[in-house]
Design a binder for this molecule. Structure first.
Ligand SMILES: Cc1cc2nc3c(=O)[nH]c(=O)nc-3n(C[C@H](O)[C@H](O)[C@H](O)COP(=O)(O)OP(=O)(O)OC[C@H]3O[C@@H](n4cnc5c(N)ncnc54)[C@H](O)[C@@H]3O)c2cc1C
Length: 292
């Protein structure tokens, strides 16, 4: 009996955390990395390789880090095996029945659920447990069972993040958006104001969980800790985990239509209103003053 753990890289903290969480299932932990032989990240091919290895060795659970890749590969595994999968678990207990606590609604809800399936399929939420170095990681070549269809969707190119702009950690001005921004496209007004002020764009975890911004933009306990001259928080409620990342700001301006939002308790300046009206109005005023 063993639990297979997908390792993205042996030095990757989130993969190490997945291995720690997998150990709570009580079986031997078998960390495996995939050597794609130059194909590039192909979730279907990685999943088929895990499925074939699991069948050959009789593992009782497959665990992956709750990253974009980990969740995607495990979702493919679940589809191939026609089994349920629980994503972003903060706690797992073997059972039977196995029970998991998992993060829902961008971290605002923790759900306790029973998980069925052989093998159990789950991913671990980031930073729910402390990482420990991995003793040994077995490398699996892509299995013979990988089909042409499994190879179709793959990463063919990567573009480095970073556009030469100021980094979030060092910026004097950070304009940050939360769930109140409403969509990835809604961040255009946040980006515009940040650019006008020579600042960086930040966001809350609700935003990264929704996939609107990358995790590198996240401010908070499980994101970047910042101490800008001014932090402009738009559509952010002020959860303690978010404030843990921006409490070093010298000044805080909050924009939120809910006058009772807890962010106002930490704010030096507050605007009770819709960010989609207030933020463009600030940008327009800056342009007017600058004559641009
Ligand atoms: C272990 C753990 C770690 C976490 N780490 C982090 C972390 O690092 N960073 C982080 O941010 N969170 C973190 N969280 C999540 C945190 O608890 C909150 O869920 C999250 O910060 C909420 O994000 P939010 O303020 O964008 O969303 P919400 O709490 O949903 O608030 C959205 C706000 O937008 C306002 N709004 C709605 N419409 C508009 C509008 N048109 N204009 C202006 N305002 C509007 C609403 O009034 C509301 O106040 C963590 C949670 C856990 C459990």
């Amino acid at each position: 009996m063993s639990t297979l753990v997908l390792i993205e890289r042996p030095d990757d903290e989130l993969s190490q955390q997945a291995a720690v969480m997998a150990a709570s299932l009580g079986a031997d932990v078998e960390p495996v990395a995939i050597d794609d032989g130059g194909l590039g990240f192909a979730p279907g091919a990685w999943a088929q390789t895990l499925v074939d290895h699991a069948a050959a060795t009789g593992v009782t659970a497959i665990v992956a880090p709750g990253t974009d890749r980990g969740n995607e590969v495990l979702a493919h595994v679940a589809a191939k095996l026609d089994q349920p999968m629980a994503a972003n678990c903060t706690r797992i207990a073997p059972g039977p029945p196995a029970t998991v606590t998992r993060v829902r609604w961008g971290g605002s809800l923790l759900e306790e659920a029973q998980l069925d399936g052989t093998p159990l399929l789950l991913t671990s939420a980031a930073h729910a447990v402390a990482a420990q170095p991995l003793a040994a990681v077995q490398t699996l070549a892509l299995s013979d069972g990988v089909s042409d269809a499994d190879r179709v969707v793959r990463v063919v190119d990567t573009v480095a993040a970073g556009d030469g702009g100021v980094s979030l950690a060092d910026a004097d001005v950070v304009v940050s958006g939360g769930r109140g921004v409403g969509s990835a496209e809604g961040f255009s007004v946040i980006e515009e104001l940040a650019a006008l002020l020579g600042g960086a764009v930040g966001c809350s975890r609700a935003v990264t969980s929704a996939g609107w911004r990358p995790h590198s933009d996240q401010v908070g306990q499980t994101g970047t800790k910042i101490s800008p001259e001014i932090y402009i928080a738009c559509g952010i409620s002020g959860a303690t985990q978010h404030m843990a990342g921006c409490k070093g700001a010298k000044r805080l301006l909050a924009i939120n239509p809910d006058g009772e939002a807890s962010i106002f308790a930490s704010a030096d300046y507050g605007v009770t209103g819709d960010l989609h009206e207030v933020v463009p109005a600030i940008s327009a005023e800056i342009r007017k003053v600058r004559g641009s």
